[in-house]
Design a protein. Structure first.
Lengths: 163, 425
């Protein structure tokens, strides 16, 4: 008797969430290879702790945001490592068009929380409530980050900020 | 086009970049295996994080949190550290900020003699983005911005470190800056117009050596040498040095190399470097990182992260043979482990009777664990339960001067200074 095993809950989650999370890592890091590395590391960690994670979608996004932020914050030590990792690697993530790359570079120039809020809000089309939940802050704080980030972006990109 | 429309357009383009991205086989994730190209490029950060998590998972029961102290290679009996609670109560906290001013992030602090202390780092404002900055203080309590801290650049400028030598102060990051007095800073050109590395040391000879990688350009290993802080020569280097120290004998010792094999190198002048043999590896463990070394204790004290990803101290009499003396095992795993910043000792300052080290034992939003350790001899280290660090996001550097330790960190986009003036014992 051949037993056909269906996907485990983690497998289903992984297959469904890998690319969206990878995109988030891409816009927050600006590096396709770093994005892949961080995303895979986060999913591996999620698997190890799967039984203890109550909100997997939020967890992996928080982890990606934190890891990328950590990489930027700890400029010397971690970037040193990631610089090594990126050498000579072929990423399967496509490069962004120049204008898109410029836009997300401007997002990354924002303070980290604002950049993360903008990324989650637009890239993932998340609600403010969901964004706050993922970032572990209050809804009003997330709204404040979003407002400030949009204001700054609009000024830097010389476009209207629609409220 | 308004921002919403523009953002949604570029969000769509960003999502398109992963449409054809390879989703690694599930077994690769569940088995914790990585494709060959990743293995080849694996950095010590990932190794250390995975090792820390994996070791604890494999071990099953929670790890013994008692600090491991090995027998040091010294003849004198170490003076036991005592009264850390008393020491903890003697630290004071000070902020570097201006109401309505920019967000301030400190990278490094140096004692510059009669002028007191200088902090370097960067500011962030809506208009100027990230711009390097300097702040001065006579005693580490009240800080003022250095008004002539350079013109605002259209590009990002950021100082990662500062060293004070006989001829003046050198700050380095996206550029090299020099100041004779800590107030007037000028950008110093580099011969090949590249970016400087992000670590530095001022030598007894009056020379300066910058080492590490040019983080802001591409991560290439570099060594720059200068006799006066303003004219810099590029020194060919085979390795990305992670820490460097000058012993009392004048000999220079540096560590660096692959994460799997952190080598020790020596030099007499900072320009010609000789690797020591495998017999002199600071540790045989994979993923070891030495982040800082100072002259002190039995000869030199090194610190960083051991192969288990734990904040660790080593000592050496001669810079050739090292011994791990104290490490601080981490608790875990927790949900935050995946986002943990590498736990490590970041900097050590040597005072008259005490040494102080700062670093962190973890990092993530909502869970921050900056740490302060003290030692009398560089061999036995003890964590100091400073309540003041509870809300600090990170402790990045520490220095000593004028009988005072000054450590810098950050909290909510403000730079925080922790200050300790030990009483004579």
């Amino acid at each position: 008797v051949q037993v056909v095993r269906g996907p485990t809950p983690f497998e289903g989650f992984y297959r469904h969430q890998y690319r969206p999370v990878l995109a988030l890592a891409h816009v927050l890091s600006g590096s396709p290879s770093l994005a892949e590395e961080v995303t895979q590391e986060v999913f591996m960690a999620a698997y190890r702790q799967w039984d203890r994670i109550e909100n997997p979608e939020g967890w992996v996004r928080t982890a990606v945001a934190n890891k990328v932020h950590s990489w930027r914050r700890r400029r010397y030590a971690e970037a040193r490592a990631f610089a090594r990792m990126g050498t000579g690697r072929q990423s399967t993530v496509d490069e962004m068009p120049v204008e898109t790359s410029h836009f997300w570079a401007e997002v990354r120039r924002l303070p980290p929380r604002q950049a993360q809020t903008i990324a989650l809000f637009y890239l993932e089309d998340q609600s403010v409530t969901k964004t706050a939940e993922i970032l572990g802050c209050s809804e009003s704080t997330a709204r404040e980050h979003l407002m400030r980030g949009r204001k700054t972006l609009a000024e830097r990109l010389n476009v209207e900020k629609r409220t | 086009m308004n921002l919403d429309t523009l953002a949604r357009l570029h969000a769509e383009e960003a999502r398109n970049t992963v449409t054809n991205a390879t989703v690694p086989p599930i077994a690769q994730i569940t088995d914790g295996r990585r494709p060959r190209r990743m293995v080849a490029a694996l950095a010590w950060t990932a190794v250390a994080a995975a090792a820390a998590i994996g070791a604890v998972l494999l071990a099953g029961p929670a790890p013994d949190l008692t600090p491991t102290t090995l027998t040091p290679a010294v003849t004198e009996v170490p003076v036991p550290v005592s009264g850390v609670e008393l020491i903890a109560s003697q630290w004071t906290s000070h902020e570097v900020r201006a109401d309505g001013g920019p967000e301030i992030y400190a990278s490094s602090v140096a004692f510059v003699g009669p002028e007191g202390f200088v902090i370097t780092g960067f500011t962030w404002t809506l208009d100027a983005g990230i711009q390097t900055g300097w702040w001065k203080s006579a005693h580490g309590e009240t800080w003022e911005v250095v008004s002539d801290s350079g013109t605002v650049s259209p590009d990002r400028t950021e100082a990662a470190g500062i060293v004070a030598g006989e001829q003046g102060m050198v700050a380095f990051g996206t550029h090299i800056w020099f100041s004779a007095n800590g107030t007037d800073w000028t950008v110093v050109p580099i011969e090949d117009e590249g970016s400087p590395p992000t670590r530095g040391i001022a030598l007894e000879s009056g020379d300066y050596v910058l080492y590490g990688n040019d983080l802001y350009a591409g991560g290439a290993a570099r060594v720059l040498f200068s006799e006066d802080g303003t004219n810099w020569d590029i020194i060919p280097t085979p390795v990305d040095f992670s820490a460097m120290v000058q012993l009392d004998s004048g000999q220079l010792v540096a560590t660096g190399g692959k994460a799997s094999k952190p080598m020790t190198w020596t030099s007499t002048d900072g320009k010609a470097w000789t690797p020591l043999s495998d017999d002199h590896l600071i540790s045989q463990g994979r993923g070891v990182l030495v982040t800082t070394m100072v002259a002190g204790g039995p000869g030199l004290v090194a610190a960083g992260m051991n192969s288990d990803g734990e904040p660790t101290f080593w000592t050496s009499v001669d810079g050739r043979t090292f011994q791990e003396t104290t490490s601080f095992p981490l608790a875990g795993p927790t949900a935050e482990d995946v986002s943990r910043e590498q736990p490590s000792v970041q900097a050590i300052a040597v005072g008259q009777e005490w040494m102080v080290a700062v670093g962190n034992t973890g990092f993530s939003f909502g869970t921050v664990d900056p740490a302060i350790w003290v030692s009398r001899d560089g061999v036995v280290w003890e964590a100091v339960p400073v309540d003041l660090i509870d809300r600090i996001v990170s402790l990045d550097h520490v220095t000593y001067g004028g009988s005072t330790f000054v450590a810098v960190g950050s909290r909510n986009a403000r730079t925080v200074v922790l200050r300790w003036e030990p009483s004579s014992s």
